[in-house]
Design a protein around this ligand. Structure first.
Ligand code: NAI
Ligand code: MG
Length: 497
């Protein structure tokens, strides 16, 4: 099955699907059909057409998966040398790399993103496993001096069964971002992919198994939030829930976990500003701000969805940005355009309604503003890269997450005003700063209420750098060494000697 990218693309466009797609759950080391007989259609957003189906689970499937994960906490995974756990995770990284062509094509079909974006997500996924493989045998406690008559130390123990609820915008890399540290810490996992994008998580579970992960350590149950998601987050044997998605669902997840005193990590999106001061390298900033919002067709929790621009350069900067936005080619992800599709028709409808609302309030639309189709097939779910100029602070397009290729521009009189505008939303995920003035950059970095600050390069960082939000963007951090904390408990052993 080691086909090339070109062969897979040819197969898809000539048959309308791909052979050997996963269609069941992955529970206790094997592929399983649903307890019930429900299925979900899997759509290609680039054509707006279903290309396969997968089993849709219910409470019974969740219980089977959690029971397998719970039994696995007492099995070989728990007793294995940490160095052997590390080797399995490294082999998983290699398996992801050697299956990269297939993973990326399938991710493009399932999600609608461009092939280049999916290829980059797959590379990141391999890198995430590699990074956490390196820490599996270095998670260690401390000794604590209590005087001559005592000995005290801490041990870091896996929390147990972890649940992972994944959204549809970065299916494979978000799954990896939670699974890899959980497994490195010795936990077991049950993952629910978004019902719109189930395929890559299933492929990933299969590769982990091939790499030597014992049965039950990583399970995947497909299905809707109301059936599988809520059964999983409220299961009494789940000790930690890692959730990425909307604020409202995050509230449900936290309430469900609270009943079992299970801990949660919530990564809930944002309305992140890119602040461009007049002294910035404006050529570089135009290109950076462009991709801060239009990458992945704007369906990124940390997208730079607001541009806060100093008044003296506002007109010039927005004009150049609009010109660049109009040049971007959109289309089916496998044709590798600049911008791919919107993953769901509901999301497309939501984006359209937000932009219509702005239009009816008389907001100037400097670029885009309309739904469009893949030019080659006249089908699919697309939205033009859109630029809304000079929005007042209380406009919904400034305060609410659109989750699409829509950039809202706010004009600032000076750096203090830029800071005030930047912090005046309910979110606090990321913020970009563009300036050549070191003092301005560092003062803004200090005062911005956000989990990530990017100076002169939006999205700078990698698996090494912690990621998470403040305020309604959530809490807890993923990635980096911080990303491990959710997955181990500290046990203190104190002895009189
Ligand atoms: P959602 O938050 O409902 O879905 C995310 C995941 O949660 C999916 O796997 C879903 O099945 C699951 N889920 C839904 N209800 C659940 C429940 N009661 N218990 C447990 N799990 C549940 O998001 P949705 O409806 O797909 O998108 C709505 C909006 O959310 C988007 O327009 C966007 O603004 C935001 N969003 C933010 C993301 C982020 O990266 N922070 C990712 C996806 C969506
Ligand atoms: Mg899909």
């Amino acid at each position: 099955m080691n086909q090339t990218t070109d062969a897979l693309i040819h197969e898809y466009f000539s048959t309308g699907t791909l052979a050997y797609l996963p269609d069941s759950h992955f529970i206790d080391g094997s592929w399983r059909a649903s307890a019930g007989r429900e299925t979900l259609e899997v759509f290609d957003p680039g054509l707006g057409k279903a290309f396969t189906t997968v089993a849709a689970g219910d409470e019974e499937d969740v219980d089977a998966a959690v029971s397998a994960a719970d039994a696995a906490t007492r099995g070989p995974w728990r007793k294995m040398l940490p160095a052997d756990r590390s080797r399995i995770l490294l082999r998983a990284a290699e398996a992801i790399r050697s299956n990269a062509a297939r993973l990326a094509v399938i991710e493009t079909l399932d999600n609608g993103k461009t092939l280049a974006e999916a290829q980059s997500d797959v590379r990141n996924t391999a890198r995430i496993f590699e990074y956490y493989a390196g820490i599996a045998d270095k998670l260690q406690g401390e000794t604590i001096p209590l005087g001559a008559d005592h000995f005290a130390c801490t041990q870091l123990e896996p929390v147990g069964v972890t649940a992972h609820i994944i959204p549809w915008n970065y299916p494979i890399s978000t799954a990896a971002r939670g699974l890899a540290p959980a497994l490195a810490a010795g936990c077991t996992a049950v993952l629910k992919p978004a019902e719109q994008t189930p395929l890559s998580a299933l492929l990933l579970a299969g590769l982990l198994h091939q790499a030597g992960l014992p049965p039950g350590v990583c399970n995947v149950v497909n299905g809707t939030g109301s059936q599988v998601g809520s059964a999983l987050t409220s299961h009494p044997k789940v000790r930690h829930v890692t959730f990425t998605g909307s604020v409202n669902t995050g509230i449900h997840v936290m309430q469900a976990a609270a009943r079992n005193i299970a801990s949660v990590t919530l990564e809930l999106g944002g309305k992140s500003p890119a602040i461009v001061l007049a002294d910035a390298d404006l050529d570089a900033a135009v290109e950076d701000v462009l991709w801060a919002i239009y990458s992945n067709a704007g369906q990124i929790c940390s997208a730079g969805s607001r541009l806060i621009i100093e008044r003296s350069v506002h007109e010039h900067f927005v004009e150049r940005l609009a010109e660049r936005a109009r040049q971007l080619r959109f289309g089916h992800g496998l044709r590798n355009p600049d911008i791919g599709a919107i993953t769901t028709p509901e999301q497309l409808q939501k984006i359209d309604a937000y932009v219509d609302g702005a239009r009816s309030r008389g907001v100037r639309i400097a670029a885009g503003g309309r739904r469009v189709c893949d030019p080659a097939s006249d089908a699919g779910w697309f939205f033009q890269p859109t630029l809304l100029d000079n929005l007042p602070i209380h406009d919904p397009l400034v305060q609410e997450e659109v989750f699409g290729p829509v950039l809202s521009v706010q004009v600032a009189d000076n750096v203090e005003h830029a800071l005030e505008l930047a912090n005046a939303t309910p979110f606090g995920l990321a913020a970009g700063i563009y300036t050549r003035d070191f003092s301005h950059a560092m003062r803004l970095a200090r005062d911005l209420d956000a989990g990530q600050i990017y100076i002169n390069e939006y999205f700078a960082g990698g698996v090494e750098t912690p990621f998470g939000g403040n305020k309604r963007s959530g809490f807890g951090r993923e990635k980096g060494l911080e990303g491990l904390r959710a997955y181990y408990a500290v046990k203190t052993v104190t002895a009189r000697i």
